[in-house]
Design a protein around this ligand. Structure first.
Ligand SMILES: Cc1ncc(C[n+]2csc(CCOP(=O)(O)OP(=O)(O)O)c2C)c(N)n1
Ligand SMILES: [Mg+2]
Length: 256
């Protein structure tokens, strides 16, 4: 069986029947597949892992889907639980998967202090730029001017660049891709999983239902096209000035 194929990763998913927590067109399913493909391509067993997630649509990525040990904990506290588990059993590969609200808003302090300590965790942020599960409120990564339930006139605030934030705090592997850039994303996830120390991968994920419908990106295809058209590789970004970069999202590896 070829690693990374649908047939190969099927055994890594729980086979019980349960309703999907994801809306049609949600990018979190693409990220789910990318994480499993990365682990499969590395030839690692799910038994070596603990996946920790908080509350939100992003928190549903590992739990209940992954056929592995999972901790589904309180909103914003996944990195704190993961730190405890890692300290108790340093042999475990501990992976945190959470939303932008979960990791950067209520959990923002755990994120920067986890990075500062450079603790050996892999943190994957499913950044759909909104509180998806609770109806579409603004988050610290919602773009300036974007419409959400709580910013009906457009977001007046400037968003965090999560990669710059965790890099400045001390993370030793930092990368950003989108669910449109699946092959690059899988390669980056493999590097993050292999990296000793705090590794962080921000993954821009489509949310046509809560984000897209308020921002003229109502269809799943429109959201993927948005990522295709707005993401600029770091190598190209170096040749662009700030005006050209104004509405762009830089992707690639920022710390390696
Ligand atoms: C302590 C606490 N505060 C607030 C909530 C309500 N809540 C649940 S999920 C969530 C935000 C979800 O957004 P995000 O983390 O970005 O995940 P997404 O659903 O977008 O994937 C909020 C505010 C909660 N469950 N617990
Ligand atoms: Mg979110």
């Amino acid at each position: 069986m070829n690693p990374g194929t649908t047939t190969s990763i099927k055994r890594m998913i729980r086979q019980e029947v349960f309703p999907t927590p994801f809306c049609p067109g949600c990018g979190h399913g693409i990220l789910l597949g990318a994480i499993l493909r990365a682990i499969d391509e590395l030839g690692w067993s799910m038994d070596e892992f603990l996946f920790v997630s908080g509350i939100g649509c992003g928190g549903w990525i590992p739990s209940p889907h992954f056929a592995a040990d999972t901790l589904h904990v309180t909103h914003g506290r996944a990195i704190a639980f993961a730190t405890g588990a890692k300290l108790f059993n340093p042999e475990l590969k501990v992976v945190v998967i959470g939303g932008d609200g979960d990791l950067a808003s209520i959990g923002g302090n755990h994120l920067i202090h986890g990075a500062r300590r450079n603790i050996d965790l892999t943190v994957i942020c499913a950044n759909n730029m909104i509180y998806g599960m609770t109806g579409g409120q603004v988050t610290p990564t919602t773009p300036h001017g974007a419409y959400t339930m709580t910013t009906p006139q457009g977001n007046p605030e400037r968003p965090f660049d999560l990669c710059q934030l965790v890099a400045a705090a001390g993370a030793s592997y930092v990368a950003r891709y989108s669910v449109y850039h699946v092959r690059q994303l899988i390669r980056s996830l493999k590097r993050a999983l292999q990296h000793p120390g705090f590794s962080f991968v921000e993954v821009l994920s489509s949310c046509p239902v809560q984000y897209g419908r308020r921002n003229e990106l109502r269809s799943p295809v429109a959201m993927l096209n948005y990522f295709r058209e707005h993401c600029v590789p770091i190598s190209r970004a170096h040749t662009m000035d700030s005006a050209e970069l104004a509405d762009k999202i830089v992707i690639g590896e920022f710390v390696r």
